[in-house]
Write a protein that binds this ligand. Structure first.
Ligand code: NAD
Length: 295
C-alpha cells in the first residue's frame, strides 16, 4: 500500500517489490539487504531445500545481531516479515525489480530471463548479479533489453558496502538512475562500470591472485609467508586466504571466464595449481580444505 511504501527511507527510486531468483550465498544476502531497507522481497529457488536453508541462515544471522544488541526483536521480525520464500517464478510477477543470482552459466541465465520477462510487468527492471558474464549478452535474451542491467553485490552482501552497477550496451539511462538510487537507499556505495569482463573489482583483482599463484609455483616462498607479507602491507587478507574464503570453484571460473573474454590474453591465464584444488574438491573454507585446512 502507499502507506507502507512511504516507510521506505528515500522514496526517489519507486522500487518496492523486489524479486530475487536464487537463494544461495548471494541471493539470500541480497534479500536481507533489500528487506532491511523496507522493500517487500520474494525469493525463489528451484531447490526447495535452499529456500529453507536461506530462511534458517537469516534467522541465525538476525538472532546474533539481537544478541549483540545491534538490532532489537522488533527489527528482526520486521526484516523477516519483509521476505517471502516462494516456490515458483510466477510468484515474482508483481516485482518492480528482479535480481537474478543463480548459477554462473550464460545459457541457463538467458532461459530464466526470457521466462521471467513473460511474467513481469513492462516496467519491471531485470537485473543480474553475475560476476563475469556479459550483461549485454544476457540483455539480448529479452524482448525489452533496455530494462536489463547488472547489479553486482559482493560476498557477504549484507556486510560489503560496495555494489557495481553495470549498464548493458542496450540499457536506458533512466534504468541505471533508478538502480543507482535504489542501491543508495539500501545503504550501499556504488560504482557504475562499463560492461567489460570482470567489471572493475574482478578484473583489478585478477593479478592479485594469479601473480601470487605463480610465485608459489616458482617456489619463491610458502603460502603462509606470502599471505603474511601481503597482510602486513595492509590488505585485509592475503591472496591464498582470500581464495580459500571465496571458494576455488567460484574464483577459478571467474578467472577462466575473464581469460576467455579477453581473447586468451596471457595476463589472465588461470593457474593449474588452482584447477587441481577444484578437481580435488578442496574448495576452501566451505569444504573444510583449500590451501589451508579448516576445522
Ligand atoms: P550459489 O550456488 O550459492 O546459489 C545459486 C542458487 O541458484 C542455488 O541455490 C541454486 O539452487 C539456484 N538455482 C540454480 N539454477 C536456478 C534456476 N534456474 N532457477 C532458480 N534457482 C536456481 O551461488 P552464489 O555464490 O550465490 O552465486 C550466484 C550468482 O552470483 C552467480 O552468478 C555468481 O557468479 C554471482 N556472484 C557470486 C559471488 C560469490 O562470492 N559467491 C559474488 C558476486 C557475484
Amino acid at each position: 500500500s502507499e502507506n507502507q511504501k512511504s516507510k521506505i527511507k528515500n522514496q526517489d527510486s519507486n522500487i518496492y517489490n523486489v524479486g530475487i531468483i536464487g537463494a544461495g550465498t548471494m541471493g539470500s544476502g541480497i534479500a536481507q539487504v533489500a528487506a532491511t531497507a523496507g522493500c517487500q522481497v520474494k525469493i525463489f529457488d528451484l531447490n526447495a531445500d535452499q529456500l529453507e536453508n536461506a530462511a534458517s541462515a537469516l534467522e541465525n544471522i538476525l538472532s546474533r545481531l539481537v544478541q549483540k544488541s545491534r538490532i532489537d526483536e522488533a527489527e528482526k521480525s520486521r526484516i523477516q516479515g519483509n521476505i517471502q520464500y516462494v516456490n515458483t517464478l510466477e510468484d515474482l510477477s508483481d516485482s518492480d525489480l528482479t535480481i537474478e543470482a543463480i548459477v554462473e552459466n550464460l545459457e541457463v541465465k538467458k532461459k530464466v530471463f526470457a521466462q521471467l520477462e513473460s511474467l513481469v510487468s513492462e516496467d519491471c527492471i531485470i537485473a543480474s548479479n553475475t560476476s563475469s558474464l556479459s550483461i549485454t549478452s544476457i540483455a539480448a535474451s529479452l524482448e525489452k533489453p533496455e530494462r536489463c542491467i547488472g547489479i553486482h553485490f559482493f560476498n557477504p552482501a549484507p556486510l560489503m558496502k560496495l555494489v557495481e552497477i553495470i549498464p548493458a550496451v542496450q540499457t536506458e539511462d533512466h534504468i541505471t538512475e533508478t538502480c543507482v538510487n535504489t542501491i543508495k537507499n539500501w545503504g550501499k556505495t556504488m560504482a557504475v562500470a562499463k560492461d567489460t569482463p570482470g567489471f572493475i573489482v574482478n578484473r583489478v583483482a585478477r593479478p592479485f591472485y594469479s601473480e601470487a599463484l605463480r610465485m608459489y609455483e616458482e617456489g619463491m616462498a610458502d603460502i603462509p609467508t606470502l599471505d603474511k607479507v601481503v597482510r602486513q602491507m595492509g590488505f585485509r587478507m592475503g591472496p591464498f586466504e582470500l581464495m580459500d574464503f571465496i571458494g576455488h570453484d567460484v574464483n577459478y571460473v571467474v578467472t577462466e571466464s575473464v581469460f576467455a573474454a579477453f581473447y586468451f590474453d596471457p595476463r589472465y591465464k588461470p593457474s593449474l595449481t588452482q584447477k587441481r584444488l577444484v578437481e580435488a574438491g578442496w574448495l576452501g573454507k566451505k569444504s573444510g580444505r583449500g590451501f589451508y585446512k579448516f576445522e
